[in-house]
Design a protein. Structure first.
Length: 203
């Protein structure tokens, strides 16, 4: 009777998640760390500073997600952008005709906002962002800023894809207060930390 083949000495699959950094060929005295791709929810190309500056140069902006509660952070962003001499249109679906937010006439939908609208700031839950983007596309808004502070913010793969597939300039991350001059010390620090992650200054 023929002898059975010896068992394979090749190790089986490892259990559990892979290590954060696998060992790769060493360069000099240091292990060369592998390059990582974009963070989850982000697609190339990443937001460009030229797009951010162009967005903030607009004089008429819609703002989806501003609250009836003036203490919310979205309202602080709204007031700061308006203080820069812009006309802002607050959009909140819970409002009714004749309601005001931050002293401005409020609108239930982007479709109700009067012309012109140079861009829309989106500060809603991640799962609601794509719906807002679709409204912006139907409304003909050429620029969308999907806010991101801590966590995912209003950035989703679907929302970003809707913008890019329809020719809408999208800023998919960061907070306008990181770039609206004068920038506070806190937001200047946030911008410094974020530049390597989300910005490129080339046109």
């Amino acid at each position: 009777m023929a002898a059975a083949d010896p068992p394979s000495r090749r190790p089986g699959p490892q259990q559990g998640p892979p290590p954060l950094f696998a060992r790769v060929p060493r360069r000099g005295y240091c292990w060369e760390a592998p390059r990582r791709g974009p963070p989850a929810g982000r697609q190339a190309p990443v937001p460009r500073r030229i797009d951010i500056d162009d967005f903030l140069a607009q004089r008429h902006l819609a703002f989806v997600g501003v609250s009836t509660d003036a203490r919310q952070f979205a309202n602080a962003v709204y007031r700061r952008l308006r203080a820069g001499g812009r006309t802002l249109y607050p959009v909140n679906r819970s409002t009714r005709v004749g309601d005001e937010i931050e002293g401005d006439a409020a609108f239930q939908s982007l479709r109700d906002v009067p012309d012109p609208v140079g861009g829309v700031v989106v500060m809603v839950a991640t799962e609601s962002a794509a719906g807002v983007v679709r409204d912006a596309i139907e409304r003909g808004v050429p620029r969308v800023w999907l806010h991101r502070g801590v966590g995912r913010g209003s950035v989703s793969v679907e929302a970003v894809s809707w913008c890019r597939h329809n020719g809408v300039v999208v800023i998919d991350g960061a907070c306008p207060l990181m770039f609206e001059e004068p920038v506070s010390a806190l937001h200047a620090l946030h911008r410094l930390l974020a530049q390597r992650r989300v910005l490129r200054r080339t046109a």
